[in-house]
Design a protein around this ligand. Structure first.
Ligand code: GH3
Ligand code: MG
Ligand code: MG
Ligand code: MG
Ligand code: MG
Length: 294
């Protein structure tokens, strides 16, 4: 049984009902039947389906292709067109909209079923690839590549909204000791534990990344340097409280040093912000580690 959720966008009620019956018969759940682009976006926002079947000529000022473009950009949910239109101009627009398929009415049941299965499979694969390409494999934190893009976007947003954006650069103190004393696997375990702790401590809008070997970044939107220093000290204290145990051995305390920098107070570009946090981290190390400096 499949049980994936499908949204039907179709302005001809008889066709929509017939389609809905067919799909239920094969084992899919129908999230809703709607007849306009706006209604489709509203449903997706509240109860995202796994797939959308999209008529091209529908009610409202957005047609199926424009709606698909929005779904593709904002939600990344696969869309298959169900339409009677196969003229060149329509096909050309459809091709550029990021859809996963194009089925002509009247439907052939087997073709419909096959297209849905292929699209769902492709979407799942795409999602897995997207996850892999944005994450660090050891800690599952975001990777450096993803972070660069996020930093750019968040800096633009902060500029637009005249808000602050804080960056915490964290480095585990004497990390080499864990490797040297307990082995590389124990060192890996420490990295995963610290990564998991950071994820637990931050809000959903914050971005945590593994920047290098034992260096991690936390990007906090709407946060000035005073709040950032408080958060950084909380992170530092929680790391120290971890007491990691690996293969029945206490690995000892983890302490970290953290450098803090805030946009726009300390720097106005991504590069300068990273440099400013790195400088503060360097000073924290020089002044004895296990501390936060701004
Ligand atoms: P400091 O307080 O100055 O930061 O000292 P440190 O020992 O933490 O710093 P250093 O940069 O000298 O050592 C970092 C070590 O991290 C060196 C490298 O072998 C190790 N490392 C980097 N990536 C990984 C990893 O993925 N797993 C493990 N186990 N070790 C790693
Ligand atoms: Mg129609
Ligand atoms: Mg180092
Ligand atoms: Mg270190
Ligand atoms: Mg380091």
């Amino acid at each position: 049984m499949t049980n994936e959720k499908i949204l039907i966008v179709e302005d001809e009620l008889l066709i929509a009902r017939d389609l809905s019956q067919k799909l239920k018969g094969i084992g899919y759940q129908i999230v809703a039947i709607v007849s306009s682009g706006q209604a489709a976006l509203d449903v997706i926002d509240k109860n995202p389906p796994d797939l959308v079947l999209m008529d091209i000529v529908i009610k409202g000022d957005r047609d199926g292709i424009d709606t698909t473009q929005v779904i593709n950009e904002k939600f990344g949910i696969p869309v298959i067109y169900i339409t009677a239109y196969a003229d060149d101009a329509t096909l050309d627009r459809a091709e550029k909209s990021g859809a996963y398929g194009y089925i002509l009415k009247p439907f052939n049941d087997r073709e419909l079923h096959a297209s849905i299965k292929l699209a769902l499979h492709k979407a799942q694969k795409y999602k897995a690839l997207e996850y892999q390409s944005t994450r660090d494999a050891l800690t599952t934190l975001y990777n450096r590549h993803y972070f660069q893009e996020a930093l750019y976007q968040e800096r633009l947003k902060a500029e637009r909204q005249s808000s602050c954006l804080s960056l915490l650069m964290l480095d585990i103190d004497f990390f080499k000791r864990f490797n040297d004393t307990f082995g590389h696997d124990a060192g890996d375990y420490v990295l995963r534990e610290v990564g998991a702790l950071l994820k637990r401590l931050v809000r959903a809008s914050d971005i945590v990344c593994r920047y290098g070997g034992e260096e991690m970044l936390i990007l906090i939107p709407n946060c000035d340097e005073i709040q950032a220093e408080v958060i950084a000290n909380h992170v530092r204290a929680e790391c120290q409280a971890l007491d990691p145990i690996y293969q029945d051995r206490h690995l000892g305390q983890i302490t970290v040093s953290i450098g803090v920098a805030t946009f726009p107070k300390h720097a106005r570009t991504e590069t300068a912000l990273l440099k400013s946090a790195d400088d503060a981290l360097y000073r924290a190390k020089m002044e004895g580690r296990n501390r936060v400096l701004v």
